[in-house]
Write a protein that binds this ligand. Structure first.
Ligand code: SF4
Length: 662
């Protein structure tokens, strides 16, 4: 256990959402907003029973809830625990992990939390984390997403129906609120919501337009919706007063606002706060538009208000400067590079930057190859080629052969869920899917997270632990490529299908690219500190692709003794400038494979050196599968020779850190 300067044990606490920590089986499968509402009701019922001496627990209260310190808080104080321990211990002692960890927060020396808890001002405030952040050392692990998280923290997207539902709730409160204070506050919030929904309806009937921040503020003003620095701060204060009024009234007058709609309004006010802050200093970093979005639950399209912050520095500066600034911020990840670009995006100067060696011997532990073609078919997953049947068939043959040669798990990354569907459909139709499944059971990454995703991961783990191994068909930027640790046999190969550029059809991506180009032009006219030199739109766009790609290939090595293959199934990786974008640790190890046969021979040698026993098992499994369905192995004569010299010098380095002192 770590100790402080006085030799006393350091107190630590892990924070998580109700989704992650609720142990009440009656409610913990509800969706996030419903769970929050239900929990609040049950806690209010428990407090009420406690206050008025009713039976200690009723069917309306949660039996895990403790108003003060409970048995779990004692355990948290005695030993370090991660979120899984917290939940397991909470179940064991019948105490709620969500509230127990919050009870322990004030005295904690070390706080573990998802990093959006720090970047998102509303969450930070509601969790009372400001006090912890001020003057502290903040370490952001896996910080490669910090730029996107910071942009999202200052942005807002909701359909007009959700805003109208919020408007109705606040209107009802304005009519029949429990106090004059609440009625007046609700009236003010309701006026803004009504004004905005009318404006959205009006826009929905016109050709789509994207407005810049200052332009939309003027338009709203002209439409009678007064949104400026002062009015937004007043509304934020009003909301805080309303919540406090409900809290003081206790259960008998508990807030009739649903938590989903209350947080919608708070999220809107937070974004409007950034948009109007310091008399519109950051307004030019925002774009506002109304789009038509398909709502799955309603099976129809609805108008949606989008207020996009394109500059991550707008939210990040609240962590790096101002009254609640951290003393030091350390960002770490294997995929932060290029470091100057990240510093420029976040708008801070990092005085210390480190790029560390990878812990493994890349030459011995990583087999990285580019396969540019199968037979005469070029492997190229670029937009124009990706749907060609011949290409998908050639890809299927390559994947099938690789599956045969890999002992253990294989992760295959495609650029989108649509490509995954396309591959699965074609391979099923041609019978290749069945041949693949005869070799290794296949799991497919479902859209979104949740229970379905957890089930798919559990299924894959079970199958990958067998002698045959398993394959997971996943997407770049999906949960699997970023947040899941597959060590050893859980992942012996990562297969890369192309470069995962964000969709150019995505309006937000297009706006961000244009915004970056404008920043470059503005910077050229009035150069400031060089560390703030912005990326061009195209540089930013390419960087997004490489961050996602480098995250995915990082799945193959998870500890110092781990080893595995990375196969780039795309001829574009034959080009030196394309390989240059890969993480430093792998860049130098990438070699061209002259043919599928050469790739398989190299892979066989690699695994033989690493694990002879497992290779015997793989051979046995492949032999059994071959009886069921065996396509001919790609002929050497069919396969063109790859060009030489695309591999860079092997320096074995790894991107790691970027630091600090504010
Ligand atoms: S008090 Fe805790 S265990 Fe009970 S419903 Fe709320 S989060 Fe779940």
């Amino acid at each position: 256990m770590m100790r402080n300067a006085q030799g006393l044990p350091l107190k630590m606490v892990v924070l998580g959402s109700r989704d992650q920590t609720c142990v009440n089986a009656k409610v913990n499968r509800l969706r996030s907003g419903e769970l929050n509402d239900k929990c609040r009701d049950m806690v209010a019922a428990a407090d009420h029973a406690d206050k008025f001496g009713a039976a200690a627990q009723s069917e309306h209260s949660c039996s895990y809830y403790r108003k003060g310190m409970g048995p779990l808080t004692t355990r948290i104080a005695q030993q370090p625990m991660d979120i899984e321990d917290l939940v397991a211990d909470g179940k064991a002692v019948n105490d709620c992990p969500y509230f127990a960890s919050r009870q322990m927060l004030p005295g904690a020396d070390i706080v573990f939390a998802p990093y959006n808890y720090l970047v998102d001002v509303a969450i930070r405030r509601s969790m009372k984390l400001d006090e912890h952040v001020r003057g502290s050392v903040v370490i952001v692990d896996e910080a490669h997403n910090i730029e996107g998280v910071a942009r999202d923290a200052a942005s807002f997207e909701r359909t007009v129906d959700v805003l109208m539902a919020a408007s109705k709730e606040f209107n009802a409160l304005a009519q029949q609120g429990p106090s004059e204070e609440v009625c007046e506050g609700s009236r003010q919030v309701c006026d803004v919501l009504r004004g905005l929904t009318t404006w959205i309806d009006d826009q929905a009937d016109k050709p789509a337009r994207v407005f810049r921040g200052p332009e939309v503020l003027a338009l709203w003003d002209g439409a009678g919706v007064c949104i400026n620095d002062e009015s937004v701060q007043t509304l934020v204060g009003v909301r805080a007063q309303m919540d406090e009024a409900f809290r003081l009234m206790g259960n008998s007058k508990k807030s009739p606002l649903s938590s989903a709609l209350a947080s919608t309004v708070d999220g809107l006010l937070q974004t409007l706060g950034f948009l109007t802050a310091e008399h519109g200093r950051f307004a030019r970093d925002f774009r506002v538009t109304v789009t038509q979005e398909f709502v799955v639950a309603k099976r129809r399209r609805e108008a949606q208000l989008n207020v996009w912050c394109l500059n991550p520095a707008v939210a990040f500066r609240t962590l790096a400067g101002g009254p609640h600034a951290a003393r030091s911020i350390v960002l770490t990840s294997g995929t932060l590079s290029p470091l100057p670009a990240l510093a420029s995006e976040l708008g801070v100067e990092f005085k210390h930057q480190l790029e560390l060696m990878h812990v493994v011997n890349v030459d011995k532990q990583v087999f990285a190859r580019v396969l540019p073609r199968v037979g005469r078919e070029l492997l190229d997953s670029s937009y124009k080629n990706a749907e060609r049947g011949e290409y998908v068939d050639a890809l299927g043959q390559a994947v099938l052969h690789i599956m045969r040669g890999v002992p253990g798990g294989v992760l295959l990354f495609a650029s989108s869920y649509a490509s995954v569907d396309r591959l699965q459909a074609r391979w099923t139709a041609t019978g290749v899917w069945a041949q693949m499944e005869a070799l290794k059971p296949i799991s497919v990454e479902p859209k979104g997270g949740g229970a379905e995703f957890d089930r798919a991961v559990a299924e894959y783990r079970r199958n990958a632990a067998t002698a045959a191994g398993a394959m997971f068909l996943a997407v770049f930027r999906g949960k699997l490529s970023e947040g899941i640790d597959f060590v050893d046999d859980m992942c012996r190969a990562v297969l890369v299908l192309g470069l995962p550029f964000p969709s150019v059809k995505d309006l937000k991506v297009a706006e961000k690219k244009q915004y970056q180009d404008e920043r470059v032009r503005a910077f050229a006219q009035a150069p400031k500190q060089q560390h703030l030199a912005p990326l061009s739109g195209n540089e930013w766009y390419v960087q997004q692709a490489y961050r996602a790609l480098n995250q995915a290939i990082g799945r193959v090595i998870r500890h110092v003794h781990d080893y595995g293959c990375i196969v780039f199934l795309d001829q574009r990786f034959m080009q030196r400038d394309v390989v240059e974008g890969l993480s430093k640790w792998v860049r130098g190890a990438v070699r061209p494979a002259g043919s599928l046969g050469e790739l398989m021979d190299g892979m066989e040698d690699f695994f033989k050196d690493r694990r002879p026993a497992a290779m015997a098992a793989v051979a046995a499994v492949a032999a059994v599968a071959a009886v069921a369905a065996a396509p001919a192995r790609a002929s050497e004569a069919d396969v063109a020779t790859a060009s030489e010299g695309s591999a860079a010098e092997d320096d074995g380095d790894s991107d790691v850190v970027l630091v600090e002192e504010m």
